[in-house]
Design a protein around this ligand. Sequence first.
Ligand code: GDD
Ligand code: MN
Length: 356
Amino acid sequence: MDSPVSIIIPTKNEGGNLEEIFLRIKKALENFCDYEIILADSSNDETRKFMEEVIKEFGKEHKIKAMVLDCNGDDLSNAIIQSLNYGTYDIVAIMDGDLQHPPEMLPEMLKILEKQNADIVIGSRITKNFSIVRTIVSGVYRSLVYLFVKNSTKIRDPGSGFFVFRKKILENVSLKPLGFKILVEILDKAHYEKVIEKRFIFEDRKSGTSKFNLNQSYISFIHLFHIAKHNKEYDRFLKFSIVGASGIIINMGCLYILTEFFKIFYLFSSAIAIELSIISNFILNDIWTFKNERNGNFFVRMGKFNLSRIFASVINVFILFMLTIIGINYLLANLIGIFVATLFTYVTSVLWVWKR
Ligand code: GDD
Ligand code: MN
């Protein structure tokens, strides 16, 4: 293996992990490739001084090339972006400074990058000790990434902070991330083709504490919202909602006309009105919302959309039923049902009916 790698490690008060991470990187890479370590540091305690000392003494003793960058006040992603300018090699590795990302994975990931000619290799986490809340938040986040970030649906862990990539994929790309999820920003904006994942066990922290909290989760969602606005996925959702609203008008109008003028029993009218609104929604989405994603047969798409709508109605009624059981007013319960059903239809539309 010859291509050297710049390893960027964002750190905030990780003094306790520094020597071990240096030694483990050295052991993993010394017979594998050249490397340099850049610590993107936003510590607000004594760590910075300590790091500089470690780099000087310990680094010299073990022949480890490292530097520490002052990223005071920068969040994790922005600290990483700053450091990119200091890396001198064409291949970059990003990993946390708390040993939750094992340095022993690096050779394997770098090998995959080169041998399989990939642009990005992601270390995707197998998490054992996430709390229930973090598991749920992380699941919702991932679903939204699939919706809003191009080409992301095949990626198991787009929220990982452990990955290696070719720096050239960022040429002429302006990254404006927020918070922790720099990989999502890169997946959305960079020029790449092949992404490969390699699983690893996300170990517990050795020392120090996690800086990820509810506020950070909130920031990741805001970041995703910025991405969606920027890459027009947000417009698509808006179009989809407008079409949905037009469907309500068609549904109500048909129900009224069929019942009043054609004297059809109102429940039958309703069934016809529902189907007509599904068809009109489908056609409008097909020629407007998803006009660039029309693959395959028109009627197959229509069939899929119909199925998804019918399933969504079942979800709607189910939620209505469950929520009224626990004492929520049926109108409010229905509104929540409609919301979830709409989201469901949107997800199936993007990922199935009008699959990119
Ligand atoms: N420069 C800088 N600035 N570094 C930071 C900041 C910051 O504001 N906040 C955290 N870090 C550093 C930490 O010191 C650590 O090395 C790394 O970023 C990850 O932070 P943790 O606090 O350990 O987060 P986690 O373990 O809960 O990890 C989550 O986010 C990571 C982001 O890289 C997981 O989703 C990881 O998979 C993910 O890699
Ligand atoms: Mn961590």
